[in-house]
Design a protein around this ligand. Structure first.
Ligand SMILES: C[N+](C)(C)CCCC[C@H](N)C(=O)O
Ligand SMILES: O=C(O)CCC(=O)C(=O)O
Length: 514
């Protein structure tokens, strides 16, 4: 059963919320009536067509008032009528302009691409692209015939009066640097690409020393810069055959921070990893494991969670029904980065097997088989919500596509897929089939047996996975099933991973150029 007003809402384009502005020409009656004050209720949105016909009716209805209207008496009723007609035309044109702008934005987004599911990272980051020299000529630094602007160089002076020694934050007031900052004098010192330093005396009286490697890194590709920001190394796409030897490690071997990279490296490479031989009579060790990566994310489910099928939180995870492959928290502007499940016990029943699907593998398959469907899922924004708990309806601040890419490189960064929590699709209602057709193809690939990895979790084995890449689900179950785990933010686990992979010094060194 569809309330008529809900159907009507499907035709209002986002910009068609009509503004109830007071009009000088309708002192006695607004052309469009607000059906309640904004404070007390909602602005009644109307489709432009609806407000068109309504307004013309209003205009007709208002005619008898013109004669008695004080404004008409003052300036003459024909002027008031002309003014109203002009005002109406202005509103109509404004609405038309907004619709055109919306269409243009959509077309521009759709033109984005080409896309790639990039598995190769840059293992050994090339220090410099060529053996060409850094040159300083006519007040300009160049490298491989690329100009390194003076404002960038001055703004990225690494001395302790420009960068705070302890916090690594910029102390320099960037926009106190004169727009025409010039090189007063310069000199090179040190030998070889890794020891060479360019010293510059600036026209503002400041002196800076730039390692040649820093200057050379400014001309790197966006792929290399992205790899450094994300700690990207080679990743392995997988299918159901990974069941024969899933990535795992032992709790005892990753206990020390120095060994944690064994876990984080596999998490990054495969998108999931088991941690075995962890105590399960007490969830504390599972919590400690997650906290050794980074702090556990607090959500409306709490922090470290220990749940069963009791609807303690109004979400189907807290039931015993089957859950198809999905990513969690699509309703957060920033979906959880890692998720962990540790089956602590399952008594008096059966089922509850866990499902994992490599969302990057499936996306790549879609890209290879149906570029148009891939493009639709990469450009059409989808909204989501979590509204089960009393007094809560969480929605992200904007829509996001199912497949999100790095604008600079076109590579896939995140899969956002949850049919249970999906809200609106950001397309004119009469065009949403485009999205459904593309999503149906993605769904079919997700549900291909060859892409599904089913595993029965057992106490003592913690499953941790990358919620931005790997989808998870479960089969229905009976009996009492208890799972504990937690979420970790994306930025926090990647921060830890990069520190372990590259080391703090290298990470800090790359900040101005990655
Ligand atoms: C917190 N805990 C993991 C127990 C339940 C989370 C529910 C997640 C929700 N179904 C979603 O897809 O985001
Ligand atoms: O109960 C499970 O095995 C998984 C629950 C789930 O999918 C979730 O919490 O998002």
């Amino acid at each position: 059963m569809f309330p008529a007003r809900a159907l009507r809402r499907t035709t209002s384009t986002p910009c068609a919320y009509t503004r109830h502005t007071s009009s000088p020409f309708s002192s006695s009656q607004r052309i469009l009536r607000p059906n309640s004050s904004l404070a007390g209720g909602t602005i009644r949105e109307e489709s432009t067509e609806e407000s068109d016909s309504k307004a013309s009716r209003d205009q007709e209805a208002a005619k008898p008032i013109l004669a008695s209207d004080p404004l008409s008496a003052k300036v003459g009723s024909n002027y008031v009528a002309k003014g109203r007609a002009l005002e109406w035309e202005m509103r109509r044109l404004t609405a038309e302009i907004k619709r055109t702008q919306q269409r243009r934005r959509f077309v521009e987004t759709t033109l984005k691409g080409p896309y790639t599911v990039r598995t190769r990272g840059y293992g050994k980051i090339p220090e410099h692209i060529a053996d060409s020299k850094i040159e300083v000529k006519d007040n300009q630094v160049t490298y491989t015939d690329r100009k390194i602007p003076n404002i960038w160089l001055r703004d990225n002076c690494q001395c302790s009066s420009c960068i705070h020694d302890a916090t690594k934050q910029r102390l320099l007031d960037t926009f106190s640097i004169p727009k025409d900052i010039a090189i007063e004098s310069h000199s090179f010192e040190g030998e070889g690409p890794s020891n060479e330093v360019l010293n510059i005396k600036w026209s503002d009286g400041h002196s800076s020393a730039y390692p040649a490697s820093l200057i050379k890194r400014t001309t790197r590709s966006e792929e290399i810069k992205g790899d450094l920001r994300r700690g990207k190394t080679h990743i392995n796409l997988w299918d159901s055959s990974i069941a024969s030897s899933p990535p795992s490690c032992y709790y005892q071997e990753i206990l020390g921070q120095s060994q944690l990279h064994l876990l984080l490296g596999k998490l990054h490479k495969y998108g999931f990893c088991y941690v075995d031989h962890i105590r399960f009579h007490d969830p504390a060790e599972t919590k400690a494991l997650l906290e050794s990566i980074a702090f556990i994310r607090q959500t409306h489910y709490g922090g470290f969670y220990d749940f069963t099928a009791d609807l303690a939180s109004k979400d189907t995870a807290y039931t015993n029904i089957a859950l198809e492959a999905h990513t969690d928290t699509t309703y957060f502007s920033d979906p959880a980065g890692l998720q962990a499940f540790h089956l602590l016990s399952h008594t008096d029943g059966e089922g509850g097997a866990s499902l994992l699907v490599d969302g990057f593998k499936v996306a790549d398959e879609l890209l290879q088989t149906d570029k148009n469907a891939y493009k639709v899922l990469s450009t059409v924004n989808v909204h989501a919500h979590a509204s089960g708990n009393e007094g809560i309806s969480i929605q992200p601040y904007r829509g996001f596509p199912v497949l999100e890419h790095d604008v600079a490189t076109g590579e896939l960064l995140r899969v956002r897929w949850n049919s249970s929590d999906r809200a609106s699709i950001e397309l004119p209602i009469d065009e949403v089939e485009t999205w459904y057709d593309a999503a149906r193809k993605f769904d079919a690939l997700l549900k291909k047996k060859e892409n599904e990895y089913w595993e029965q979790l057992v106490p003592g084995r913690v499953l941790i996975f990358d919620n931005w890449r790997v989808l998870h689900g479960r089969s229905a179950f009976t009996g009492k099933r208890r799972i504990c785990g937690g979420y970790v933010n994306r930025d926090d686990w990647i921060s830890k991973y990069r520190m372990l992979l590259l080391g703090r010094e290298k990470v800090l060194e790359e900040l101005p150029v990655s």
